[in-house]
Design a protein around this ligand. Sequence first.
Ligand code: PGA
Length: 253
Amino acid sequence: MRKQIVAGNWKLNPTPSNGVQLATDLMKLLNENPQPEGVGVAIAPPFTHLMEVAKVIDPKKICLAAQNCSFAESGAFTGEVAAPMLSDIGVMAVIIGHSERRSIFHEDHAILATKVDQVLKHGMRPIFCCGEVLQERNAGIQNQIVENQLKESVFHLEPGQFAKLIIAYEPVWAIGTGVVASKEQAQEIHRFIRSLIRARYGQQIADDTTILYGGSCKASNAAELFAQPDVDGGLIGGASLDAVEFHKIIHSF
Ligand code: PGA
């Protein structure tokens, strides 16, 4: 059966020293009160923090993730960080296709497909984000948008590769806005995503794929979202920057 996961996306926060403190605080909370049986926890600090954060977390309790990686493996790509560099320092998963990468940094479907390939090639798990903007939701075309994002960037994968993916559905109108999707909206589109996976990869892989919800998820609303049959946890932005709040979300199953 599929794994339930709570992943923290720290985005461009905080300083490295404060990040090490945040990871230390979270580790302490998990040592005192471990995550429920079968629940995976991940944190995705900025690149600059990864090596120091790795030293203060127990990889059996917290999976180290990155927020992005290059489409290229090495070479003349100033400013980039490549997948083999991340795997070499113990990173286990990489967020790919976050809406901020798509909209602010103009990452298109083809680039994201290449990044997914890089992450898999270097033995890590992509956390692939999809989701519609408000105008698309208002026009009622959210399903087509998400279907297209999956088709263009991950449905080229062989079944064995796809099975390593974690999907995060993040409606862009809910990210950082305080407007959370209702549990019905989340369940409806998560079920739709699972049906797309079933059509492409079959029942077993569809049943086993973890699909996270992201967008203004916090301790006060996590339990009702995570109780939905096709919602397998959350990708948490703002609320992951507070160890106590994040720990409460981890205990929302
Ligand atoms: P948020 O962000 O929880 O701050 O809304 C979620 C995300 O962007 O992954």
